[in-house]
Design a protein around this ligand. Structure first.
Ligand code: NAP
Ligand code: SF4
Length: 671
């Protein structure tokens, strides 16, 4: 059997989990919306139907002080049970187990009434916490226990106690955030007392037939964090207190080291759960940057954990496990670790969704029903928008022909996949191609479409994409000027000094391509060295010294006219990673530029009226996009063939994968 470990059952006390796949906790922002719990029930229900073994819900606070932000969900009274029952009933109807995560944000709470072991403000919070009195600490523990009791009443099989990522429990454990001198602070034994008491009292109150998972911070990635020896001491104390399973947590939210973004190697931190396993008797869940059944299976076989936790991969594909069971892993819509529609949405108070699966968290709003009438549809353009539309329309029952002028499908996706750290885009391409094949979509590459190709269709979808915009600068036609697509497709040999005009997403991608293209993707150890991570965790928090700035053989200038930080429009949770990386690699970022002219000497610019010459060999244009549209639109209209535009052909400005796939989905739903 493929994935023989991953798909094998596991018995935990009175519970048998049907496989080793855990859908990890992630906040969706749905709880706070009208009918939010109905939407959550549908969201989790689809994943349960897709055969996941265990679901851990998003974090629910045990009291008001612990909520992450105003209006976030609390479970502290029997009145709250009813809405949770919607979730448990739905999930259990598919034979999947479900645990509720109890999360107390402590000083990470985004409100002024936040509490913590000590009054030390988090670098990512505008508020300073109130230090808890001894009596209040006891009250927090009682609130955790009460919350677990209510979870049991609501039908959950257990709880996950959130002890990692820098939330309240973690704040007690670590010296940096716990300056107390009473029984809850000082020695390590005192600092872990809060965590241990929560588990001990929860076990006492709920008996043995209720799962207690503890999310343990294996690597804090902050100064004065725990060492691995301390983590083991804590794990042993928690095991004695009654923990059934350990889940792995990596990195506090305030840490400036990436832990889940696409540039992090797959399973980069799983060696730590493997190490934990040697010191505890209960099972261990490994996590972080695991997004395919193949990787998951290898990790289990190599003893990195007893279970695999994946969170975002279940936003990308609700049927991940079912497809693995059916030996159809090529049909899994893989999470590309971009954070763009999940975490980044949460930061702007939108419900989470997924860039490659717009239905995620919108299951009740976007029912995907068969079309009432089968139509013959032509799609012109085989980039992300065109491929996604062809798939969705075909799934609804339409007969679709997809035309692409190049030899292969992919469009901008092909370019993105060439950017170091963005290799996951290849998975999206693989998924699209596998789906087009299984759905029998007619794909016609190498076809420059004209009116004769499309006259027999009932609807024509224009998904012809974008081309790079050419700014008006004196000398723009100089031979040193290169459009970004030629660079990213490997079509030009650049000199050793280059200037990039435009510091948006594509400007960053091009800079990264130039400085990293000759290197192979880093493995976990290389990644750790690059970001100053001590994977042995002998150093407190696993924080090591970062290497000095690298001197690259290519000198790269990344230029923008605006006076603001570079990459300001990049994703909230990933933009800083790209910026840090380019800075570390010595990319020179200049802002408030005026482009004066281009000539044989290079690029002439002025910055605040001071003229400067950048003596560069090449100037790469990343100055936005323009739509590309076919030249037979008037003829199409004359023949009364209905047509629709999607993706860059509709609007080139700020076109990204999320909009391309989202528009494809919306259009396919309406035809
Ligand atoms: P973009 O983000 O709009 O950036 C275009 C850049 O070109 C801007 O920095 C702008 O900066 C400059 N520019 C615009 N008009 C110009 C002109 N006439 N002369 C000189 N410079 C000009 O667009 P993009 O880079 O093409 O990216 C397209 C979309 O894909 C965006 O939504 C982007 O966020 C997304 N994307 C994201 C990522 C990522 O998150 N890592 C990667 C790739 C693409 P100034 O006006 O300040 O000069
Ligand atoms: Fe994964 Fe990106 Fe989807 Fe988030 S938005 S689940 S990171 S593919």
């Amino acid at each position: 059997m493929p994935y023989s470990q991953l798909l094998s059952p596991y018995t935990l006390g009175k519970f048998t989990l049907k496989n080793r796949v855990v859908m990890g906790s992630m906040h969706t922002n749905l709880e706070e919306l009208p009918e939010g719990f109905e939407r959550l029930a549908a969201f989790y229900g689809e994943r349960a139907k897709g055969q996941v073994g265990l679901i851990i819900t998003g974090g629910i606070s045990p009291n008001q002080a612990g909520i992450l932000a105003p209006n976030r969900s609390v479970l502290n009274s029997v009145e709250g049970i009813v809405e949770h029952q919607l979730i448990t009933k739905e999930v259990k109807s598919h034979g999947t187990k479900i645990c509720m995560q109890i999360l107390h944000a402590g000083r990470y709470a985004f409100h002024p009434k936040q509490v913590a072991p000590s009054a030390i403000q988090a670098p990512i919070s505008p508020y300073c916490p109130i230090a808890l009195s001894d009596e209040q600490v006891h009250q927090q523990i009682s609130d955790f226990v009460n919350c677990a009791k209510l979870a049991q009443k609501a039908g959950y099989d257990g709880v996950e106690i959130m002890g990692s990522e820098g939330y309240l429990i973690n704040q007690f454990i670590v010296k940096a955030t716990n300056h107390r001198d009473d029984q809850w602070g000082g020695s390590y034994e005192n600092r872990i007392r809060f965590a241990v008491e929560i588990v001990k009292q929860t076990r006492l109150a709920l008996g043995n037939d209720f799962l207690i998972i503890f999310r343990l911070s294996l690597l804090d990635l902050i100064n004065e964090g725990s060492t691995f020896d301390e983590v083991i001491l804590l794990a042993n104390a928690l095991e004695n207190a009654g923990v059934d399973v350990f889940n792995s947590g990596i990195g506090w939210h305030e840490s400036r080291i990436p832990t889940i973004a696409s540039g992090v190697p797959r399973a980069a931190f799983s060696s730590l759960s493997q190490r934990l396993k040697r010191h505890v008797c209960v099972p261990v869940i490994t996590s972080n940057r695991i997004n395919t059944p193949e990787v998951a299976e290898i990790l289990l076989q190599q003893g990195h954990g007893d279970f695999i936790s994946m969170a975002r991969p279940f936003l990308a594909d609700s049927q991940f496990v079912a497809k693995a069971m059916a030996q159809q892993s090529e049909l899994i819509n893989t999470c590309i670790a971009c954070n763009q529609a999940c975490l980044d949405n949460i930061f702007v108070n939108l419900p989470a969704s997924c860039i490659v699966n717009p239905r995620a968290c919108n299951e009740t709003l976007m029912p995907f029903l068969p079309a009432s009438k089968r139509k013959h549809i032509a799609v012109i353009g085989g980039g992300a928008a065109g491929m996604a539309f062809a798939i969705y329309a075909s799934e609804r029952g339409h007969s679709v022909t997809l035309f692409e002028k190049r030899a292969q499908l992919g469009g901008q996706l092909l370019l993105a996949a060439n950017v170091p750290g963005k290799e996951e885009f290849k998975e999206t391409l693989r998924y699209f191609k596998a789906k087009l094949k299984i759905l029998n979509v007619q794909v016609k590459c190498n076809t420059h479409v004209n009116i004769d190709h499309v006259t027999m269709f009932e609807h024509c979808v224009i998904a012809t994409g974008v081309k790079g915009a050419v700014p008006t600068i004196e000398g723009i036609l100089h031979s040193s000027v290169v459009p970004y697509h030629k660079v990213l497709s490997g079509g030009v040999k650049l000199g050793t000094k280059v200037a990039i005009i435009g510091a948006g997403g594509i400007g960053f991608d091009v800079a990264s391509y130039i400085i990293d293209k000759a290197k192979t993707a880093p493995n976990s150890d290389e990644f750790a060295a690059q970001w100053g991570v001590d994977l042995t965790v002998n150093l407190p928090g696993g924080v090591a010294k970062k290497p000095d700035k690298v001197v690259n053989e290519t000198c790269v200038y990344l230029l923008q006219r605006k006076l603001r930080k570079h990459g300001a429009d990049l994703g909230k949770t990933t933009g800083w990673i790209h910026r840090e990386h380019l800075k570390q690699q010595g990319v020179k970022m200049l802002a408030a530029i005026n482009y004066e002219k281009i000539d044989d000497k290079g690029l002439h610019i002025s910055v605040r009226n001071r003229e400067r010459l950048l003596e560069v060999d090449n100037i790469i244009l990343c100055a936005g996009q323009q739509p590309v549209r076919p030249d037979f639109i008037t003829q199409l209209k004359a023949k009364n063939i209905p047509l629709s535009y999607i993706g860059g052909a509709l609007e080139a400005n700020k076109l990204d994968l999320q909009r391309a796939i989202g528009e494809a989905f919306t259009l396919a739903q309406t035809l």
